[in-house]
Design a protein around this ligand. Structure first.
Ligand code: CU
Length: 187
């Protein structure tokens, strides 16, 4: 009995510790991603959504050996991750939820190593690469991804400025890597 009680106590303590750990980031004030503060990007001032990936412009898709920078995610690892998790976590928008006021400017900036889009969609869906749609479980292409123009593609370092025109919640995704998503609430 005492042993079982001791084990139970340890288990509870572990669970509590785990819960406390997982709560800490949410309780912490002001994440460093600049959610509440305006920043200047390529001459524009506004709230920023950063686009990240695990690649680098130098080795992206070169000679079949891609994304080999230190800390990079190679193509084989990238495919393995999407196969397992339906996403490759290094490829993401940060923050993934953003609040802006009507009239405020917000800026998507590509801080990654390969090209992305930051496309407003009615419904999240697949993008323009069937292979990635299949692996990530997004078989139905988002309508807005079907009519992209060159201006929709953001090369590394490029940014795109949006102004919150009306109240509401809007969805943004990358039309290449469809698990890259952000929800922008305008109010
Ligand atoms: Cu992308």
């Amino acid at each position: 009995m005492r042993t079982r009680a001791a084990i139970t106590a340890v288990t509870v303590a572990l669970i509590q510790t785990a819960c406390a750990d997982s709560r800490t980031p949410m309780d912490a004030p002001a994440p460093q991603s600049g959610i509440s503060a305006d920043r200047t990007v390529n001459g524009d001032v506004g709230k920023v959504v950063s686009i990240f990936d695990g690649c680098d412009p130098t080795t992206f898709a070169q000679n079949g050996v891609s994304c080999t920078r230190p800390g990079g995610v190679t193509f084989d690892q990238f495919v393995a991750q999407i196969t397992r998790n339906q996403k490759a976590g290094a490829w993401h928008f940060a923050p993934s939820e953003l609040n802006v006021k009507v009239g405020e400017t917000f800026i998507a900036v590509n801080n990654g190593g390969e090209t992305h889009t930051f496309t407003e969609v009615e419904h999240f869906g697949g993008g323009i690469v069937p292979f990635l749609n299949d692996l990530s479980g997004n078989p139905v292409e988002a309508d807005e991804c079907k009519n992209l123009t060159g201006r929709d593609f953001l090369a590394p370092g490029q940014s795109r400025v949006d102004v919150a025109d009306e109240k509401g919640t809007e969805l943004y995704q990358c039309c290449i890597h469809p698990w890259m998503r952000a929800v922008v609430t305008k109010g």
